[in-house]
Design a protein. Sequence first.
Length: 348
Amino acid sequence: MTIIVEQDRTITGGVDTHLDMHVAAAIDQLGALLGTEAFKANKAGEANLVCWLASFGTLTRVGVEGTGSYGAGLARLLAGSGTVEVVEVDRPNRQLRRREGKTDTLDAIEAARAAQSGRALGQAKSRTGNVEAIRSLLVAKRSAQSTKVQALNQIRHLGFTAPDPLRERLSGLSAAKIVTETAALRPRPGGDPVVFATKTSLRILGRRVQALDAEKTELDTHLTVLATTTAPELLAAYGVGVDTAAQLLVAAGDNPQRLRSEASWAHLCGVAPIQASSGKVTRYRLNRGGDRRANHALWRIAMTRMSSDPRTKAYVLRRTEEGKTKAEIIRILKRYIAREVYALLPRT
């Protein structure tokens, strides 16, 4: 009989992460549960969690649920050690939860077993470099874009329902002109209360749009510098702009070497066809999974090339003559573009 001393144990951890507390579980190389424990979700608590896991033996792998949200700090801490592999673990499937119940402790144990067995294979993003900085900037830019659209819609609606003189003044103006016009309004109290209130609201909304445009300009400046520094070859590809490159970089992460192959990158972007064969029928269906923002970035590249790139236009014409629909051609192009982009991802 082989006796395993504590120093020879190979430990796999599992962590169910939350806003205030993380629950961890440790198992040995034979799959035996060694213990579970809860820790505070702060810097000190995460350090204690790692020390607790390592106290059972040699910590080699940790499955973390939510490395892109509540577990981001813990994943960075584990990856920073250089000796621990951090594995992204999906939440347990619903069938298992219905059968065994749901607690944070059970989720932590399941995360450890998924990491050890290989059911969870995805290496977590490191989130420590330029790409993580790009992701942060994109969050603010998307917020500015959506808020601007909302404000413009509100300006249009107030313009439609404004008193006649104001409605006629704003009628037919482009988005840029209506923002300039409303931001310059000077509501005067003491007159018609509806006119005063409407002008006040329009002026506030107009100036809000102008402020959002200034925010977007600042964010674009930072994004351009980071994207150019991080992936100049990707930016040089036909049809790839700063926003498109930024979204593709965010999908790959600061450590794109975690992607095992070009095919795994295609699956991540949702452009790998999914087999749907049965019996004598062999067919593939559209992949609706993956990172939808990365998928949209590939679509933008495909549409740009279809409209202005001679080689792509010739390819579209040839495939159209073969009987392919436009939607089918776009899906094929996105798959080809994903292969091209994969070779251009920065690897340090």
